[in-house]
Design a binder for this molecule. Sequence first.
Ligand SMILES: [Zn+2]
Length: 299
Amino acid sequence: MTVEFFVFGLVFGSFLNVCIYRMPRGLSVVRPRSACPSCHSPIAAYDNLPILSWLILRGRCRRCKARISPRYAMVELLTGLFFALSWLASAGSIVLAVKYCVFSFLLIGLIFTDAETKLLPDLLTKPGIGLGIVFSFFAPVEGPAEWLLSRWGTFDDRVFWVVNSVTGAVFGAAFILGVAMLYKVLRNIEGMGMGDVKLMALIGAFLGIKLTLLVLLFGSVIGSVFGVVLMLTVWRKRLARRRSRIEEPAGMARAQAWYSARLIFRHLEIPFGVFLGTAAMFAAFWGMPLIRWYFGLYQ
Ligand SMILES: [Zn+2]
């Protein structure tokens, strides 16, 4: 079954590429057929095989030889791998495997769209929130529901799962809303948008509060590392340029270079969706073992 899931993933990844290109541009994802972004000639079915076609054509259009981004092959491969992983992680439960597949599909789509266009399309986030809650009727979601509700009586497990999913969604959205408002008050800039709020609601609906907390933690770690690396890179480049051009004291050059690194960082639109989405993929598959391992250290 692992191979079947992998092949399914390749096909869905291929469709995701269409979504990533068309959704931010407001185009239909169903019609027309795929075309070369450069010469607009339609792509034949035999040139549209996931990964293989990209490798055979060496990342170029058959007609006009324009370069085709390696993103296409990467999205297909990633979706294939995560679909296979979904099956392996679900211990033979088809419902759970499909839930993980849907989650991976949505997140890979959102991560790459955010990275390329700084947008998180409603067409992926909104149905995603709904799907997360729908899946909680059939597959367990971790959270505090059992602990909270059991004092009022006995409930079906499904009740706990659904409550955990809904509270996860509300918690994720509320957290990002809070951070966005804080950002606005403290620095008077729009750090996060409603896209990020909906993304975290989606993640919360699929994963529940416990894993959502882990996502927020990982997401901020990945984001901080990205920020520090980016600032240091800009700083070093600026410094090298100043040193090669003008005679000035080393301390002055360093200060000036640091100033422009900070300026660029402040005006950069940070792709929070990429960090949160990546963190969520990690948390979905390795979050619970990690939490159990961590708390196991103290027993
Ligand atoms: Zn072309």
